[in-house]
Design a protein around this ligand. Structure first.
Ligand code: SAM
Length: 198
């Protein structure tokens, strides 16, 4: 199956509602609690829920996504919430940032293994010494034990696999976490990896 293109994502985001809601992901809130706000990069920021929340917490945020429509919705939401985020429309597999950040987040980005490895390399390289990387996404076990998310096992995450690709970093957490889903009979299972550049 060909991976969804920027146009596919544009179509998905074309409706008025926010696909993932306006509230930040619970694991972002949980993991950022003990960090001092600085500069942050949101890789594959979608409609901006996480980037906007980080900006509200005092982070100086750059957010990248290849969906123009997603970025436009994010821009509007940021304006409503009266925060500034630097929004960038770009393919995160092809492009790397030229500056470095105190926090880099990659949330629910599901690509082929080689593409994901590239993005994780980019994310790790974009970290300042002392900086934190957070990778969260649908876990491979979610297919059989969870709910929702992509159904292709090759693009689902595994905490140990993600951790093994972050050579230069110190792994602080590489775990499965469960996330309650409204109306669902059971929780979704996510991968959560937290790593630090020494
Ligand atoms: C499931 S959404 C998650 C959005 C956001 N991180 C969140 O948690 O709300 C996945 C996002 O990845 C973006 N994406 C997928 N492949 C990409 C690529 N190669 N370059 C940039 N963005 C990409 C899509 O446009 C989409 O917005």
């Amino acid at each position: 199956v060909a991976r969804p293109s920027a146009t596919d994502w544009d179509e998905r985001y074309a409706k008025a509602d926010l696909e993932w809601g306006a509230e930040p992901n619970r694991f972002l809130v949980q993991e950022v609690r003990d960090l001092q706000p600085g500069s942050a990069l949101d890789i594959a920021s979608g409609e901006g829920r996480n980037a906007i929340w980080l900006a509200e917490q005092g982070w100086s945020v750059t957010a990248v996504d290849f969906s123009q429509v997603g970025i436009e919705k994010a821009r509007r939401l940021a304006a409503e919430r009266k925060v500034h985020v630097d929004w960038v429309v770009a393919d995160v597999v092809a492009h790397s940032p030229i500056t470095s950040f105190d926090l880099v987040i990659v949330f629910y980005l599901h690509l082929s293994a080689p593409e994901m490895e590239r993005v994780l390399g980019t994310a790790a390289t974009a970290l300042r010494p002392g900086g934190t990387l957070l990778v969260v996404g649908h876990d491979r076990s979610n297919l059989t034990a969870g709910v929702g998310g992509p159904q292709d096992p090759t693009i689902l995450l595994d905490a140990d696999e993600v951790a093994s690709q972050l050579d230069d970093l110190v792994i602080e957490k590489a775990v499965r976490v469960s996330r309650p889903v409204e109306g669902a009979e059971r929780d979704a299972i996510d991968t959560l990896v937290r790593a630090k550049r020494p």
